[in-house]
Design a protein around this ligand. Structure first.
Ligand code: AMP
Length: 438
């Protein structure tokens, strides 16, 4: 299967090929024909599956196709609206629109909060065919009457589950009320909760349903392991691992913004270049941190779950869970940052005794037990060791699934630095539960 066999216009196929994509990913192969045919779509696909091109390419095709009727008079209107939960995702999606649309005559714009509204107002005075936006700023423009959405032909809700998690449902409803009744609707979501289904019922008209597994995510290319350690030694252990293995481009997850800031400062003090990225940072600071990280200037990026959502860094070699997420499903999202596009990735979780419940929840979700390791010099104290030992799985080859007696033989029973074996395929993520930290 090739992109031209999917029916995409030559100028779009050319841009995609130049960008280095030879064959469509499963979500692209399934979604593109549906969107080209003008139908509504409900797609279950996570970041990492290639979903962005799955909707951007056919939208570019439809909007540049003269036979698809656009409006005839007046100022050129916004014809496609793509809503995303985060600024970073909006920026990345719009970048994709530019890359894939470079041989078309279509114009795009990205719009999000946290930056001055005036340049956006200025930009809206000229032609914008495809608008990528976060809901809040979009509505600011509507209330200032600087944006008219009455001629939108195609609406995309990207990462709709995240939008609902982040409390955007009222904003989404307001936006829907501003759109013409007759339009094409595409909904992308990593999970299909009841809330998502309710939204889809309201929004979509006889949609085609597509669901794809995360592309090569945790199964083949990401090695995962747990390092058991006392919580107060995590920072030293992280610095040790980074130095010892000479890790670059390490994405580290913390649970809180405060924790992200503190860790980035501490690593910097230890001579490891690190910046934190989270919702309290200005857009400028976030963009700068991400750019430095992508270019390799910055060794470590410390992020909270929400901030990291939508960050697209292909072939990211290392993800570290400095703390396990409260919500097991976020573990899957986090480690989905690594091992992309066929590249090898490594996901290491630093787990202290108080996190064993979270670890069990994650293992239940992914239906496998993760190999434990203790790094010499960072052996957990008695309490942590005991908690770890209760359900520690001697990893790799030795008796997976058996429990190990508690005790101080820490580095003995628990695996020390062996390659994992017998990785299983990650199931599609299940329902989300619990509270999430932003
Ligand atoms: P997404 O799920 O849209 O965030 O895309 C995940 C990653 O896959 C991005 O780094 C894309 O650049 C990459 N990608 C998208 N489509 C393809 C393709 N057909 N072949 C190879 N890589 C792709």
């Amino acid at each position: 299967m090739t992109f031209s066999e999917l029916g995409l216009a030559e100028e779009i196929v050319r841009a995609v090929t130049e960008h280095g994509y030879a064959t469509p990913t499963p979500i692209q192969a399934q979604a593109i024909p549906v969107v080209l045919a003008g139908g509504d779509l409900m797609a279950g696909a996570q970041t990492g599956t290639g979903k962005t091109a799955g909707f951007v390419l056919p939208i570019l095709h439809r909007l540049s196709d003269k036979s698809v009727k656009g409006p005839s008079s007046g100022r050129p209107p916004v014809r496609a609206l793509i809503l995303t939960p985060t600024r970073e995702l909006a920026a990345q999606v719009e970048e994709s629109v530019q890359v894939y649309g470079k041989y078309t005559k279509l114009n795009s714009m990205v719009m999000f909060g946290g930056v001055s509204i005036n340049p956006q107002i200025q930009r809206l005075r000229s032609r914008v065919d495809i608008l990528v936006a976060t809901p809040g700023r979009l509505l600011d423009h509507v209330s200032q009457k600087t944006l008219d959405l009455s001629q939108v032909e195609i609406l995309v809700l990207d990462e709709a589950d995240r939008m609902l998690d982040m409390g955007f449902i009222r904003d989404i409803r307001k936006v829907l009320a501003l759109l013409p009744a007759k339009r094409q609707n595409l909904l992308f979501s990593a999970t299909f909760s009841d809330d998502i289904k309710a939204l889809a019922d309201k929004l979509l008209h006889q949609p085609t349903l597509i669901e794809v597994a995360r592309r090569n995510a945790t199964a083949d290319t990401v090695s995962q392991k747990i390092c058991l350690v006392d919580s107060q030694k995590k920072r030293q252990l992280l610095a040790h691992l980074i130095r010892e293995h000479n890790w670059f481009q390490v994405l580290v997850f913390t649970r809180t913004k405060h924790g992200a800031n503190r860790l980035a400062e501490q690593l910097t003090r230890e001579g490891i270049s690190a910046l934190a990225i989270h919702g309290n940072k200005s857009q400028g600071a976030r963009t700068r941190a991400l750019a430095e990280f992508k270019s390799g200037q910055l060794q470590v990026l410390v992020a909270t779950d929400i901030a990291a959502r939508g960050i697209d860094i292909s072939e990211l070699p290392h993800v570290v869970n400095f703390e396990l997420p409260n919500v097991a499903e976020d573990y899957v999202h986090r480690i989905g940052r690594t091992g992309r596009a066929g590249a090898e990735g490594q996901a290491v979780s630093l787990v202290s005794a108080d996190e064993m419940e979270h670890l069990r929840g994650i293992e239940r979700l992914i239906k496998r037990q993760l190999p434990r390791e203790i790094v010499p010099g960072f052996e957990p104290s008695d309490s942590a060791d005991a908690a770890a030992g209760r359900d520690a799985v001697p990893g790799g080859r030795e008796g997976r699934g058996q429990s190990k007696p508690a005790g101080r033989q820490s580095a003995g029973g628990v695996r020390q630095r062996q390659p994992e074996s017998g990785q299983r395929r990650m199931p599609d993520s299940g329902r989300r539960s619990g509270n999430r930290q932003r």
